[in-house]
Design a protein around this ligand. Structure first.
Ligand code: BV8
Length: 235
């Protein structure tokens, strides 16, 4: 690849965290095979049984706290440090903090973050890696029973959408790493980037639902394929 790309958008999904030991969602042993989505990741589920949803995330939180970035995350740090673009942004569907731990910058968690809690009464967002319960009190407004993981459930609007829309419309290179391309609107981001002239490339272990929208498909574990791709770009 010889062209120099001025604005790069990198969309990531659970697959980029797989080699850090974190479960993906839709694989055989994935999160959604152990828990019904309808019971833990919809706004209705939270309204119906908030303690059950809090328990699901309380169980997941320590695992994500301990997880360490893998070579795919480090390759993004190298790209952001060494490649002469105007901006390299990361739009992640992941609620883990592996991009931050790897030293990546310009990160937008469109589905939220597991170490953030939002108060549905006053809107205050605070960070914690500890357990949270349905009857906990908000540290800001001191109202009880209104705390929710700051995670975007099905049926809720995504975070940072205006910013992401601008990034997609101005990018020349769109990389999609480790996502099955089944959850919208994230699965449609490649279409916006492509329509606005970006070269689009996906990194996955298999063919994805929206693979026809990508110019290039790099099959294999992102911990191997992405460092190689970045090396190519930095020549
Ligand atoms: C919205 C939070 C507007 C929890 C998640 C009816 C009503 C309302 C909305 C809808 C509706 N019908 C459809 C919709 C839209 C809906 C949707 O898309 N549904 C689909 C399933 C049909 N979307 C929404 O609701 C979104 N909001 O549209 O708002 C609105 C509002 C109100 C009313 C109407 C519209 C909200 C979407 C966000 C939902 N929250 N999670 C949590 O994260 O714990 S989604 C969940 O899926 C995760 O966030 C995850 O990030 C996301 C995508 O999954 P992936 O990351 O792709 O993971 P997956 O396991 O699927 O795939 C992993 C991939 O990695 C695989 O391809 C694998 O091959 C690959 N891989 C594995 N190992 C490696 C690898 N690749 C490379 N290297 C490796 N080593």
């Amino acid at each position: 690849m010889t062209e120099k790309y001025k604005n790069i958008v990198i969309l990531t999904g659970a697959g980029i965290s797989a080699e850090s030991g974190l479960s993906t969602f839709r694989a055989e042993n994935g999160l959604w095979n152990k828990h019904r989505v309808e019971d833990v990741a919809t706004i209705e589920a939270f309204e119906r049984n908030p303690e059950y949803v809090h328990d699901f995330y309380n169980e997941l939180r320590p695992e994500l706290y301990k997880a360490q970035p893998n070579p795919a995350h480090s390759a993004i740090t190298l790209l952001q440090d060494k490649y002469p673009a105007d901006k390299i942004s990361i739009v992640t569907q992941n609620v883990d903090t592996l991009h931050e731990k790897a030293g990546n910058k310009n990160i937008y968690h469109i589905h939220g973050q597991i170490n953030q809690i939002v108060c549905l009464n006053c809107g205050h967002i605070f960070e914690t890696w500890n357990d949270v319960h349905a009857d906990d009190v908000c540290p800001h407004c001191h109202i009880q029973g209104m705390l929710k993981p700051n995670i975007v459930f099905f049926g809720e609007n995504l975070l940072y959408m205006e910013k992401v829309d601008t990034l997609l419309k101005n990018c020349n290179l769109f990389l999609s790493i480790g996502t099955s391309g089944v959850v919208y609107p994230a699965a449609g981001f490649v279409q916006i980037a492509k329509m606005c002239g970006a070269y689009t490339c996906e990194f996955n272990m298999e063919t994805t639902s929206n693979n026809y929208l990508f110019d290039r498909h790099i099959i294999g574990p992102a911990g191997t394929t992405l460092p190689k791709f970045v090396e190519e770009l930095l020549i």
